[in-house]
Write a protein that binds this ligand. Sequence first.
Ligand SMILES: *Cc1c(COP(=O)(O)O)cnc(C)c1O
Length: 480
Amino acid sequence: MANPKAAESGAALRMLPSTDDLLTSMLARELLPEIGQKRLAALARTAIESIRKELANEISNSAGREKGHSKESLTADALRRLDELWKSQRATRLRKVINATGVVVHTNLGRAPLSENAISAVRDVAGYCTLEYDLRSGKRGKRGAHVEGLLSEVTGAEAALVVNNCAAAAFLVLAAFAKGGEVVLSRGELVEIGGDFRIPDVLTQSGATLREVGTTNRTKLADYKKAIGENTRLLMRVHPSNYRIVGFTEKPSRPELADLAHDNGIILYEDAGSGAMVDLANLGFDDEPVISAAIADGADIVTFSGDKLLGGSQAGLIVGRRDLIEQIRKHPLYRALRVDKLIYAVLEATLESYLREDAGENIPVLRMLGATRQEIDDRARGFAGRLRDALGKERDVSIETVDGESVVGGGSAPAEGRPTMLLALRHSAISADAIERKLRMAETPVIARIENDAVLVDLRTVHVDEEDVLLDAVKSALVG
Ligand SMILES: *Cc1c(COP(=O)(O)O)cnc(C)c1O
């Protein structure tokens, strides 16, 4: 430093606390059990270092004029920074949130919430379990056999297999049957599903060649027929999921495609994406493939996700012809894409619910989608009443119930959203952005959306048991 006063002003730097100073503080003693000695010391050093840099800048910019630093003020500053550093690290942890968005299958919020049965099944098998052990023989058992049986039972397929997610399932199917050959696919189904799942890219990566047929809006059976040649390995059908082609459209029916494939000795593979175990037309899903129907119509292999409308965990489910499933099981990639015991536990509990025919009440995704506007209206009015009571004489707050729509999300689009009753929250002195942020930063974060300068809360996706915590968070956000 060329500045002659720099040495003098370096006094502040000499007053900086040491790492040990910070580690003996009250704050450090509180944080220690949670963070551990080594990480805590590293955070303390980072905090001190950030002040050191600022002081050095301050000194060179101010020609050495001191700003009244003291050892106490610098230590307090360092501790504040240490606390901030830890809080911001912690904020990126996986945390439970309250989903007040009304988006039922919210990919950013972990898609399907699990059923009580699924949660307790996970607890049960979290230690040692019979993953690959047969109690009757006392010998090695077949991994996933029970879930595969349940999947066959629910969908009517001969056999089933579980992998990591639907993208993996599609990739594996294509790699197993179409590598080095051609896959015929309609131009109307060359879609991107979100989260970087693009059908043409998956096809290329699997080693198959895409043979696109038809047009974006209209593809005829004859288009598929013309495209079938010596190298064709399979006909593929993809559910466009979060996207619709409406108006002047045409596509062959599934049985027509199945017949065409089988007449030519090739496979009909359908990527159903979300897929439904039971017909959800009464919930507005007139267009969501029911997996058992796809099998009954002659699809040889169908893949779908475990954590969309099925209501389980992330998984890719493959169902279909036994000989084909066995071929996939022997593919080296299957070993790389298989799932662990926790996933099997969730899927077992979830599928059992469908077989007992209580999925509508016990699988949260289905229960939430099934809630009527009237049911949500009752809850919203009750909640608004409790909130008004809790806020007492707070005059700047407006709490209204307004008609709205809940979205399904997760790559499935019903004809329309589900009619719902929203709570619209406003404060004359606090912006909607600030309220939304406060909710998000609450002890149990609440994720809500903003429309027309109001924060909207959709109770469809809020569990009844979460209402008390939600009430506290909303109250704190509205009282400033
Ligand atoms: C959602 C979806 C996928 C991807 O499923 P993941 O389980 O998220 O990997 C693949 N195909 C279709 C048609 C989908 O809708």
